[in-house]
Design a protein around this ligand. Structure first.
Ligand code: ADP
Ligand code: MG
Length: 597
């Protein structure tokens, strides 16, 4: 029998490798810019056409390549950066696998122009598929790669690319991450001939300002820690910087990384000074012995494993708290953790021991005459179909005999409990309605009905001007039709400035329109605008969430009745869009069980 194993031709092996390294235009930008940094460039310009589909060009003033190196650079495992395994543990460069250029050339048409300082003349190489053409050329010192028609020979991957807005956003994020690591390098990013970023050489603080705007300058608090394990430097934001969508960056040894565990360390340091939905801005740089982190990570992965994770957690916590304390952001600093290893412990949900019912003592249920009665029986029947729902945390409600005295409460009468729940009796027991979720659901369904109502958008007397960053602009352009459906009228004034001329009338009392819009953009970003048909719902839900009454709001009897009426008119009054129960019933059986046990 003849042998059946054969080696794949290089062109195919490279394409397979490309699938790993080059996932989208942003990956090409990352690889080329990192190469320029490795080549010692002090000026790196990135030119993009059609979100990278047509062309991605990176021009640098680095050390350039000799004619032979230029040709070799496209070979797989061709690298000038390591020559033996030992070097792996002492990496000073961004790249080392020698895989990127081979991968890129296997899925795109590539042009390279390069010249070294001591050469009079440079090298031009053009690669398309397996065809290579090399010539001498006159060109400036440094290197210019132009990657054209990415995935031209892999139609499935080309089709897989997302909208231009999404791809451009990925490019812009990649670019930001690198630009924030090398403030001493001039970077520019240009898309279809318009400049997105022009970042002259500067210091770190100013680089952050260049990217995120002047306002952030006063919000940055310096952090610094030098220890035998790790050096930490950078900035954390003060309270004013906090929000739902704020820049948060970790870098380790000059590389962007994601680190949920350290993220928690930072946010916990703020736990006493920020609202639960707020999160602080931060730009934190770890400098650590490369041997103490896992460098053998996948080239596209941004997670990094640290050997001394727990110790670093503590150092990080102390230096963030110190920065906050120094600038009088928190009343006192917790120094008693010094010397101790303070492992993070999951706080069990605190269950209140005694609950004092908070309701209107003047309220007489017999006096209240509601015009419309809710069809409670029907509702209850509906509800009982949901066998799967159990009253999850029975401890939360301690029935108070007075409160539930049947003499005082009759069917169809509602009252507020703890400014958070609305209670009533139903045939099978005690019904508890979460007022915030109820209101959320009412608003949610209304927002969604928006497209049938013409009077839905309310014109603002004075249009509100908002300024957005590049990412937000591109998301806004993409979801503008959806925002219109739920009642926003926004016009583009150019230069990343927009005028909000109309808002959903249900938001008429909204204090901070800019904030609300930014939150919506953020939520669209989070959902990657994948599921366009659901985007309306997601936006409507988020809007409803921010417009709904709070969990601590005292309601008048009229308001309670109105809320309940509207809730039962909802198509779905049992669950919110994100699947949380709005209503629960503690049935008589459950109650009896408690008294008998
Ligand atoms: P790696 O960066 O892992 O070494 P690449 O495929 O990205 O692998 O690059 C291969 C080689 O090509 C590099 O090691 C370097 O010698 C050379 N090279 C790539 N880009 C540049 C550049 N912009 N300037 C100078 N040399 C470069
Ligand atoms: Mg490289």
């Amino acid at each position: 029998m003849s042998d059946i194993i054969h080696l794949l031709p290089d062109s195919i092996a490279n394409q397979i490798a490309a699938g790993e390294v080059i996932q989208r235009p942003a990956s090409v930008v990352k690889e080329l810019v990192e190469n320029s940094i490795d080549a010692g460039a002090t000026k790196i310009q990135v030119f993009i056409k059609d979100a990278g589909r047509t062309s991605i060009q990176v021009v640098d003033n680095g050390k350039g390549m000799s004619p032979t190196d230029a040709r070799l650079s496209f070979e797989r495992h061709a690298t000038s950066k390591i020559s033996n395994a030992k070097d792996l543990f002492n990496l000073q460069t961004m790249g080392f696998r020698g895989e990127a250029l081979a991968s890129i050339a296997s899925v795109a048409q590539v042009e390279l122009k390069t010249r070294q300082a001591h050469d009079e003349i440079g090298t031009f190489i053009e690669i398309e598929g397996t065809q290579t053409r090399q010539e001498t050329i006159s060109c400036p010192i440094g290197t210019s790669f132009n990657v054209k028609n990415l995935f031209f020979n892999v139609p499935a991957r080309r089709k897989f690319l997302k909208s231009n807005t999404t791809e451009l956003r990925h490019i812009s994020e990649t670019f930001q991450r690198i630009a924030l690591t090398y403030p001493d390098i001039y970077f520019s990013l240009t898309h279809n001939n318009s400049d997105i970023y022009l970042l002259p050489q500067t210091n770190l603080r100013q680089r952050i300002v260049q990217i995120f705007g002047k306002k952030i300058n006063q919000q940055l608090l310096t952090i610094e820690a030098k220890t035998s394990i790790v050096n930490i430097s950078g900035f954390v934001g003060n309270i004013d910087s906090a929000g739902k969508s704020v820049p948060q960056f970790f870098f380790v040894n000059g590389r962007y990384m994601r680190h949920p565990y350290f993220h928690k360390a930072v946010t916990e340091a703020y736990s006493r000074i920020l609202k639960p939905e707020q999160t602080p801005a931060y730009f934190i740089y770890f400098d650590i012995n490369p041997a103490a982190i896992d460098i053998n990570v996948h080239p596209t992965k941004t997670e990094i494993k640290f050997q001394d994770e727990r110790e670093i957690w503590q150092i990080l916590t102390v230096c963030v708290k110190e920065a906050l304390g120094k600038f009088n952001v928190v009343p006192s600093i917790d120094f008693d953790t010094e010397g101790k290893i303070d492992f993070p412990i999951e706080q069990p949900t605190i269950i209140p021991k005694t609950i004092t019912p908070n309701f209107d003592s003047n309220y007489n249920p017999f006096a209240s005459k509601r015009a419309k009665k809710t069809p409670i029986e029907t509702f209850e029947k509906l509800y009982q179909k949901q066998h799967s729902i159990k009253f999850a945390e029975p401890q939360e409600i301690v029935p108070n005999s007075e409160l539930f005295d049947t003499k005082n409460t009759t069917n169809n009468e509602y009252f507020q409990y703890k400014n958070k729940y609305i209670l009533t009796t139903v045939k099978s027991g005690l019904m508890v309605i979460n007022q915030q979720r109820a209101h959320m659901q009412i608003l949610f369904e209304r927002f969604l009905q928006g497209d049938n109502q013409e009077v839905f958008s309310q014109q603002l007397l004075f249009p509100e001007k908002i300024e957005l960053n590049t990412t937000e602009c591109s998301i806004l352009n993409e979801i503008e039709p959806q925002l219109k459906l739920i009642g926003f009228e926004i016009s583009n004034l150019g230069q990343q400035t927009f005028a909000v001329c109309g808002i959903p009338s249900l938001l008429a009392n909204c204090a901070n329109i800019e904030h609300t819009i930014k939150e919506l953009l953020d939520c669209a970003k989070e959902h990657d605008m994948k599921i366009h048909s659901d985007l309306n719902k997601i936006l409507a839900f988020n809007l409803a969430k921010s417009a709904a009454i709070s969990n601590h709001q005292s309601l008048t009897q009229e308001e309670i009745d109105d809320l309940i009426d509207k809730l039962f008119q909802c198509e779905n009054h049992q669950f919110t869009y994100d699947g949380k129960p709005i209503i629960t019933i503690i049935d008589d059986h459950e109650l009896e069980k408690r008294f008998n046990s």
